[in-house]
Write a protein that binds this ligand. Structure first.
Ligand SMILES: O=C(O)CCC(=O)C(=O)O
Length: 218
């Protein structure tokens, strides 16, 4: 049975206010459980699971093609995006909730669907040239709880394990992408499906691209 919350021993070291997991020159990481009520989170989860056109991708890794171990989708949120595909209502509602909480005008959302414990995302950081300078990343979780591992790239050592509950929001500042990696490891125990909504502000140049760089993270 996975634990329910951020590991307290790690949290207490850096917490200056509830949910703040790190806040210093290497950036700020904050976890907010219950941004969205459980019934709403469950309704959004089901609507997105059943209604989104999920992509199963393959990537070249060294000398062979491998499956990306999760399903993905991507939407632009800026009104002048002119995308043929309509942004699903749960995503528009989620974007409103995240904007109300953060005040950040996110322009894109990348969806990850973890079908079971074999799905994962390898440790990585977002490429800074794919983010508008200074803007954070926000991860809204729906469905089963999965643990995220956040690790400092250089000493002093810092390792955070954050159990991302349905309806929760994890914010990582722009600077954290320089100093930390984050990933969702595979788990051996049975676990239900999870969908994450990764909100980003893309620089104008990158905003027309479809998260291509991100897809290198396996
Ligand atoms: O599923 C998550 O919460 C993490 C997603 C992620 O790391 C990414 O989209 O870059």
């Amino acid at each position: 049975m996975p634990p329910k919350r951020a590991a307290p021993a790690q949290r207490s070291l850096f917490e200056s206010s509830p949910g703040v997991l790190a806040d210093d020159e290497r950036g700020r990481i904050a976890y907010t459980p219950g941004l969205v009520a459980p019934t709403v989170a469950q309704a959004w989860f089901e609507a997105l699971r059943d209604g989104v056109e999920w992509k199963a991708e393959r990537r070249r890794m060294y000398d062979r093609d491998v499956d990306v171990p999760r399903l993905t989708a991507h939407f632009r949120l800026d009104s002048d995006a002119g995308q043929g595909e309509r942004v699903p209502a749960p995503i528009r509602e989620a974007a409103r909730a995240v904007l109300a909480r953060t005040g950040v005008p996110f322009t894109t959302v990348g969806l990850n669907r973890y079908r079971d414990g074999r799905d994962s995302v390898a440790p990585h950081n977002d490429h800074l040239d794919e983010l508008a300078e200074g803007f954070p990343i926000a991860l809204l979780s729906l469905g089963a709880t999965r643990r995220m591992t956040i690790r400092a790239k250089a000493p002093p050592r810092r390792l955070l394990h954050v159990d991302l509950e349905s309806g929760s929001l994890l914010m990582m500042s722009y600077e954290t992408q320089l100093h930390y990696t984050h990933g969702v490891p595979k788990v051996a125990h049975p676990v239900g499906e999870r969908i994450s909504l990764a909100f980003r502000v893309k620089p104008a140049r990158a905003s027309s691209e479809d998260d291509t760089r991100r897809d290198f993270y396996r």
